[in-house]
Design a protein around this ligand. Structure first.
Ligand SMILES: Cc1cc2nc3c(=O)[nH]c(=O)nc-3n(C[C@H](O)[C@H](O)[C@H](O)COP(=O)(O)OP(=O)(O)OC[C@H]3O[C@@H](n4cnc5c(N)ncnc54)[C@H](O)[C@@H]3O)c2cc1C
Length: 423
């Protein structure tokens, strides 16, 4: 089967790899000059099935109201003037019930866990290195109220069988000794020992190199103007310069641009760009840095250790396709770094970045048949694209080739939106 994959972020590159490994003839296209130059460029670096949960959760509407009046709030909403933004937010609110949260989480966790296992196998098979670490992740709780919420989360993790440890202050310092410098800020922690970390961009670049050497044709700098639709099916793509490329199947893995590319086919993908920020700084004292990811629950900011760098990322702005870097958001990331790891790195040498998470209202990605013959989806991974990349790509390849899939396909198709599931 001849397949075109649209988009060379972590999702598109993983899709190209697994489809090629399954025997397809694959062409991987991206408008940008290389892989991982979109949202996969500088995310927070967590491969974290333990935290796989939709943002649409009970209590979020109330918190969002409170955050409207907080300058440094983790979530900001600014009208982008589109009807789609309103519809998307309404759908997200509808997913904030307990029943919808449980259903959505029950779809996200198995995909994320499967994905971590696929990543481990891939790493062993190909010998990929990307500043990877397998030391778990730690949610840092700064006050007693957070401890109460963490106990509730731990009960859910217990129920769904995800290994975890609730830690007191001494336990936190045992796993993240650098926090001893600021022990007065530590009330406890929730550790997920099976989570991993690593640089998503490096992973994507390495996998793209491997895929190219294994036969995937890569065409960077190829801006796709439209999907070709003839005789009731998608038959290829047309580039901005007019060139047409034919294929038996097209995989849409274009992140936040997936919606616009699918729209002419009357496919309304509910994928909205939710903006986030990161800073990356060189380590000056590795012993004063985290050993893995420390997720600061107070600010919803993750601090992840790479080999010689510290990546600090988080925050969400529902504000349309706006890639301006706001200095006040960068200042929050710097403040959190100074509060928790004051001697770790050089804040004068910060690389600030912003990216748009391709988010669905229920937090679950769209993986599988699109409903339009010839067009397949792998998009909408939102906050967890790095965590879910390998599993989504393997699932997609199995579905496209009619092989037994590890997860129930119906949970990940856009049909769940037209079925109007009860929230
Ligand atoms: C601040 C921040 C922190 C995050 N932290 C984490 C984390 O710790 N763990 C985690 O799992 N996830 C995290 N994420 C989410 C994760 O980064 C994303 O889910 C993931 O990168 C999405 O990958 P993608 O391949 O779908 O999109 P992208 O990486 O954006 O790739 C899409 C590609 O499609 C290309 N494209 C678009 N339109 C066209 C066109 N017309 N023609 C050709 N090419 C086109 C783009 O150029 C782009 O390269 C974070 C995100 C942000 C913003």
């Amino acid at each position: 089967m001849k397949v075109i994959v649209v988009g060379a972020g972590v999702i598109g590159v993983s899709s190209a790899h697994y489809l090629n490994a399954a025997g397809c003839t694959v062409t991987l296209l991206d408008a940008l000059p290389g892989p991982a130059l979109g949202t996969s460029y500088a995310n927070a670096g967590q491969v974290s099935p333990g935290y796989a949960a939709p943002w649409a959760a009970p209590g979020i509407p109330f918190k969002a109201l409170r955050w409207l009046f907080d300058r440094d709030a983790p979530l900001k909403i600014r009208p982008d003037g589109s009807w789609f933004q309103l519809v998307w937010m309404a759908r997200m609110l509808a997913n904030c019930s307990h029943a919808a949260y449980d259903r959505n989480k029950a779809r996200m966790v198995p995909l994320a866990e499967y994905s971590r296992d696929c990543l481990r196998s891939l790493r062993a098979e190909l010998g990929l290195h990307y500043d990877e670490r397998s030391l778990g992740t730690l949610q840092l709780l700064r006050d007693p109220a957070q401890l109460v919420a963490a106990r509730r989360d731990a009960a859910i993790l217990e129920r769904i069988g995800v290994p975890h440890q609730l830690l007191d202050v001494a336990g936190v310092l045992e796993h993240e000794p650098a926090l001893a410098r600021v022990a007065h800020r530590v009330a406890g922690g929730l550790r997920l020992p099976n989570d991993e970390t690593g640089d998503c961009r490096r992973f994507t670049e390495r996998l793209a190199e491997h895929a190219a050497s294994a036969g995937v044709q890569t065409r960077y700098g190829s801006d796709i103007a439209a999907l070709l639709y003839r005789n009731g099916r998608v038959t290829g793509v047309r580039l901005a310069d007019g060139e047409e490329l034919a294929a038996d199947a097209v995989v849409l893995a274009a992140g936040c641009a997936s919606r616009a590319l699918a729209q002419p086919l009357r496919l309304a993908l509910p994928v909205y760009p939710v903006k986030g920020y990161s800073i990356t700084l060189p380590l000056t004292d590795p012993d004063a840095a985290p050993r893995s990811t420390v997720l600061d629950e107070t600010n919803k900011v993750a601090l992840t250790r790479f080999d010689t760098r510290l990546r600090v990322g988080g925050m969400a702005e529902v504000a349309g396709f706006d890639l301006r870097i706001r200095p006040e958001r960068v200042a929050v990331l710097k403040r959190v770094t100074t509060e928790l790891f004051p001697e770790a790195g050089d804040l004068a040498e910060v690389e600030a970045w912003t990216g748009l998470r391709p988010m669905t209202p229920d937090g679950t990605p769209l993986v599988g048949a699109s409903g339009v013959p010839g067009l397949w989806l792998n998009t909408g991974h939102g906050t967890l694209g790095w965590t879910m990349a390998c599993g989504s790509a393997q699932l997609l390849a199995d579905l496209m080739l009619g092989r037994p899939a590890a997860l129930p396909a119906r949970d990940y198709t856009p049909a769940r939106y037209s079925r109007a599931e009860k929230s």
